[in-house]
Design a protein around this ligand. Structure first.
Ligand code: RP5
Length: 164
């Protein structure tokens, strides 16, 4: 199976990235995680992206906050699918990172998830890999069914308690 590459701009992004790592682990999808910054270590970020396909990656997740150029900078150097996670900073609540990540110019796409959306980034990465992996597609279907069952249990409990 192809690996998911996870890159974060700073180790301060780790709480969000851990959600992605844990979700991938629960689905049995291998990942490799790094701290590379578009601004502080641009050459390492570039080399990671340039070599990602030949190093066995199928998708890259890039998490960054503030002037979040990491996902775009990675996408500029690979044609693998890149998923951006905008991370919330202390001053602008993540709107800065959201716009920096999502507003890519035509030609260099970044699939952007919600601010702090580590779990959905992992699920989207898994869905991309599952295009050519039926076993993983089955695991994703099973997870959807489990998640739906949890909601229906809550519905039954709330319906019983609050219906008059
Ligand atoms: C971004 O700047 C990082 O992705 C992080 O979200 C933010 C702050 O980084 P630190 O100052 O916490 O290292 O590049």
């Amino acid at each position: 199976m192809k690996k998911v590459g996870i890159v974060m701009g700073s180790d301060s992004d780790l709480p969000i990235v851990e959600k992605a790592v844990n979700m991938l682990e629960s689905l049995g999808v291998p990942c490799e995680t790094h701290v590379y910054s578009a601004h502080r270590t641009p050459e390492e970020a570039r080399q990671f992206a340039l070599n990602a396909r030949k190093n066995g990656f199928g998708v890259i997740i890039a998490a960054a906050g503030m002037a979040a150029h990491l996902a775009g900078a990675i996408a500029a150097n690979t044609t693998l699918p890149v998923i951006g996670i905008p991370c919330k900073s202390s001053v602008l609540d993540g709107m800065d990172a959201l716009l920096s990540t999502v507003m890519m110019p035509p030609g260099i796409p970044v699939a952007t998830v919600a601010i702090g959306g580590g779990a959905n980034a992992a699920l989207l990465a898994a869905q991309i890999i599952a295009v050519s992996d039926e076993e993983l597609a089955r695991k994703l279907d099973e997870k959807r069914a489990r998640d739906a069952a949890v909601v229906l249990e809550k519905d039954a409990a709330i319906c019983e308690k609050y219906s008059r």
